[in-house]
Design a protein around this ligand. Structure first.
Ligand code: PLP
Length: 510
């Protein structure tokens, strides 16, 4: 397979919009003023700005080209497969966007009175009911703004529960196959972390767990399916072991795309869990965009839920209740990311129960199709059946000096977003691939061909792979510095970033 051309405008009209600026150029034309010309200071007083700062002065076509060009330097699910494992980068149907933009929903304001918000509140209520049904839990809060924020909220609920019984307890047990946010959450909530080693199948060993649970343990945070895409076979026993000692089971439900319509955490012993609407429930994410991490729990935790809680008043109207003395308090302004609720509910309704089940089956089938086709070409460290994602290792490729990060970069040349690299940590040199249900067999086959082709390149010409990508505007960035010292603002004294050397001809000739 030849790398397919990604449409990136690599070397045309480089340069930033400020460099194109020239005094007096405008991107707009206004008609003559037909109202009194009021001095802004009169209107705004001290708040009127004298100096507008440095603004680029460009024509309309220059600004249009600028933003359009920037948009081609990126990758999106709308361009192709985005197999970023653990992130569930599924396609977000346009109909969800349409519904979220309906005037009454898109323009709703959190300060508008309950009386005229009944429709919006009904959406919240209905989504809560759907998510409780899907997870098998009793109640839910939609407030948390992300998965990690949901974890934080859930563990605060657990803590409040133990405190109400006279002892907050000290420890949280976290298996080595957990998502990285789990130990971070436990630490931020003040818990000591007990790390539990997975067995050879990559699962939690219930007997080993029993040996570490005592009455100093508040609970366990379990990612299920785990980060290697494996369902915890002993989940019932795990829950029993914890409950016997008065500890609770938290489930990181960010991977619910593998379970929806098939298995309900509430039925297999989970006490509290979060969902990622921006993964499983098809609301757009990436680039730090709006998230939503609802926390569902059993009755025993209900009185601790964040305020306000949505209730049905005596007259049948919906409203928010603030007076909840045992609540952990607010975890976010207002009621959560409402726009995400609308999209998630649209997704649930558009699919219906059978559609959601089919979605889960397709997501699992797609991951296993990739697994079957690439097994042997890439090393598969855990042979346990895969759920919604498959995790290979780069063991076979490292013999030629090529690592998972290199293969991921080369994949960009083939027109795909990379898979997740070097995670989970229990697989050294991991290639974590999650195709989601969105992809057709044709797209999966193209991806598989690309992966096979890269494996051949690793043998014939490893240098080609370790120097990839060859047809993007920037190649290998210093990710650490980018994260530690991000440049978020253009400043006049800053020189234009030099256009990196690009070799577009590589794309055509290979
Ligand atoms: C994505 C993810 C999280 C964190 O969710 P955010 O919304 O990014 O905070 C937690 N656990 C698992 C298993 C995940 O995949």
């Amino acid at each position: 397979m030849k790398p397919r051309k990604v449409s990136q405008h690599v070397n045309q009209n480089e340069g930033l919009i400020f460099e194109k600026s020239s005094p007096g150029k405008k991107a707009y034309k206004l008609p003559p003023l037909d109202v009194p010309d009021v001095n802004p200071e009169k209107l705004l007083g001290e708040q009127a700005r004298e100096d507008l700062g440095l603004m680029p002065e460009v024509s309309e076509i220059e600004i249009i080209r600028h933003f359009t060009r920037l948009s081609t330097w990126n990758y999106a699910i709308d361009l192709g497969m985005y197999p970023l494992g653990s992130c569930t980068m599924k396609y977000n149907a346009r109909v969800n966007e349409f519904v979220a933009r309906l005037e009454g929903l898109g323009n709703a304001h959190p300060y508008q009175p309950e009386k005229i918000s009944q429709g919006a509140l009904r959406i919240i209520k209905t989504l809560q009911e759907c998510l409780c049904e899907i997870t098998g839990m009793d109640t839910i809060t939609l407030q948390p703004a992300a998965g990690a924020h949901g974890e934080f909220t859930g563990i605060l609920l657990m803590r409040a529960y133990h405190e109400s019984r006279g002892n907050p307890r000290k420890k949280l047990i976290i298996p080595d196959s957990a998502h990285g946010t789990n130990p971070a959450t436990a630490a931020i909530c003040g818990y000591e972390i007990v790390n539990l080693k997975s067995n050879a199948e990559g699962m939690v060993d219930a007997s080993l767990l029993a040996s570490v649970v005592d009455d100093s343990v508040a609970g366990m945070m379990l990612t299920n399916p785990s980060t290697i895409g494996v369902f915890e076979k002993e989940i019932h026993r795990i829950a029993d072991v914890l409950h016997d000692k008065g500890a609770l089971l938290y489930m990181d439900g960010a991977n619910m795309n593998a379970l929806v319509g098939k298995a309900r955490p509430g039925d297999f012993g989970v006490d509290v869990m979060h969902l990622n609407l921006h993964k499983t429930f098809s609301t757009p994410h990436g680039g730090g965009g709006p998230g939503s991490g609802p926390v569902a729990c059993k009755k025993i935790l209900e009185r601790f839920l964040p305020t306000p809680v949505l209730t049905t008043r005596t007259d049948g109207k919906l409203g928010f209740e603030y007076n909840r003395p045992q609540s952990i308090g607010r975890v976010r302004a207002f009621y959560g990311n409402f726009g995400m609720f609308v999209r998630a509910l649209a997704y649930i309704f558009a699919n219906g129960p059978d559609g959601l089940r089919q979605t889960t089956e397709d997501a699992v089938l797609n991951a296993n199709y990739i697994r079957k086709k690439l097994e042997g070409i890439y090393d598969l460290p855990y042979k346990t059946g895969s759920m919604h994602e498959v995790v290979f290792s780069d063991r076979l490729q490292t013999q030629n000096g090529v690592r998972t990060g290199d293969i991921a970069k080369r994949l960009i040349d083939y027109g795909f977003h990379p898979y997740t690299t070097s995670f989970p940590l229990i697989v050294p040199g991991a290639l974590m691939i999650e195709p989601t249900e969105s992809e057709s067999k044709e797209e999966l086959d193209l991806f598989i061909d690309a992966m096979k082709s890269i494996a051949r390149e690793v043998q014939d010409d490893p240098q080609l792979v370790v120097s990839a990508p060859h047809n993007t505007r920037v190649a290998r960035m210093d990710e650490t510095t980018a994260a530690r010292k991000p440049i978020l603002r253009w400043r006049p004294e800053q020189k234009a970033v030099a256009a990196p050397a690009v070799k577009p001809e590589l794309v055509e000739t290979r």
